[in-house]
Design a protein around this ligand. Sequence first.
Ligand code: GLY
Ligand code: MN
Ligand code: MN
Length: 465
Amino acid sequence: MSTAENETIEEAPVTNRKQPFPRGFLDTISTGWAERPESLPAARPQAAYAAARRDAVSAAFPGKRLVIEAGSFKQRSNDTDYPFRAHSAFAHLTGWAIDSEPDSVLVFEPAESGHDVTLYFRERADRTTTEFYADATIGEFWIGPRPSLAGVAADLAVATDHLEAFSAADDDVTLADDELARFVSELRLIKDEYEIDEMRRAVEITARGFDDIIAALPDATRHARGERVVEGVFHRRAREDGNGEGYDTIAASGPHACYLHWTRNDGTVLPGDLILVDAGVEADSLYTADVTRTLPVNGTFSDVQRRVYETVLEAADAAFAAARPGVRFREVHEAAMAVIAKRTAEWGLLPVTAEEALDADAGGQHRRYMVHGTSHHLGIDVHDCAQARREMYYDGVLEAGMVFTIEPGLYFQIDDLTVPEEFRGIGVRIEDDILMTADGPVNLSADIPRTADEIEAWIARGSQG
Ligand code: GLY
Ligand code: MN
Ligand code: MN
């Protein structure tokens, strides 16, 4: 849309850092722009899946007005925001992911039958407004093209309206309401076909990122902050082929591997040490992988490193073998912990027997060396479905369509006097992303080398080229 030649634009506010725009600018800035004819897109593939999810929400909350907010920009420092990422429930129920608009609201208005659903968002302003040229956060002159109401309605196959037409009411049910938060979280426990494809895509890109890390290991050993080299090459792959990472990459070399969420990544990468890399690419759809591999920096596991590694692998394989439809989620963890208890007892690390360590009340001595859980659901959030009830999650039963991690580890802190010196400073985690099917579990990340021999061969190949 263009304005009449003689119409002048309203003036942007003057600040302590800006000169007012001169008259000539204001008189001409809104004119001289070509029309923007819009051809409406076909609905994106996830639109039909999102519609089915909205139907489930509507059926669960008859007569209630539901308001699902995308969230807003969050400031990082002056004039600088964190990259916007929509709330996961909003993305799940709209199919609007990396390209969604901040401050959007999905509203379920009770209707005669079910709900009328409308997506409210801030439509792009036309060029007669100060927003267009003077608003650095949302103006198209600054951030690039923004979508129209009709374009988003066609793309997501949902009714749209301008954000100004939305008003909140006192009895709205929002994500701050436990019942709604729980429902939309539990709705994500079983992934549909679209989500499973996106999980596969996220894992595939992650696999390429790990190949890049292998190729960069020699460089990493030559850099004072080698862990940053590792983080950086993964980041490059994540940004080039996806939206980014689903969580901050952990590049933890040597004793840092024993800090479970080491994301400072400012250490050296030394030949002879292991480096634990926990990294996952988030696809443009916001589905994320979550994979850990522990690599010998010089390409070969020492005897003690291999012993620890193979125990963690044994625990991972035991967990995988325990996972099948109908089994409780916690049984997967228990299978891994049985191996950890058995081996740490055999190594003489425990003041009790493995059996005693596994006692639910008096045991847990082995947990000193693996304090975290073995599994969590995975999806749009790296720790997905977090508001699900315990009976649906930890005590819940595995079903086809669930995606979760298996990620046992062993961590012997550098100053842990309960372990022989040769163990100290060794941390190993092996994390894979598992899809449950009616026929049993599928390891989506199985193509990323995981046995000690495969890893040594992978590093040998990677350093050749
Ligand atoms: N990357 C965090 C986790 O594995 O759960
Ligand atoms: Mn994980
Ligand atoms: Mn992880």
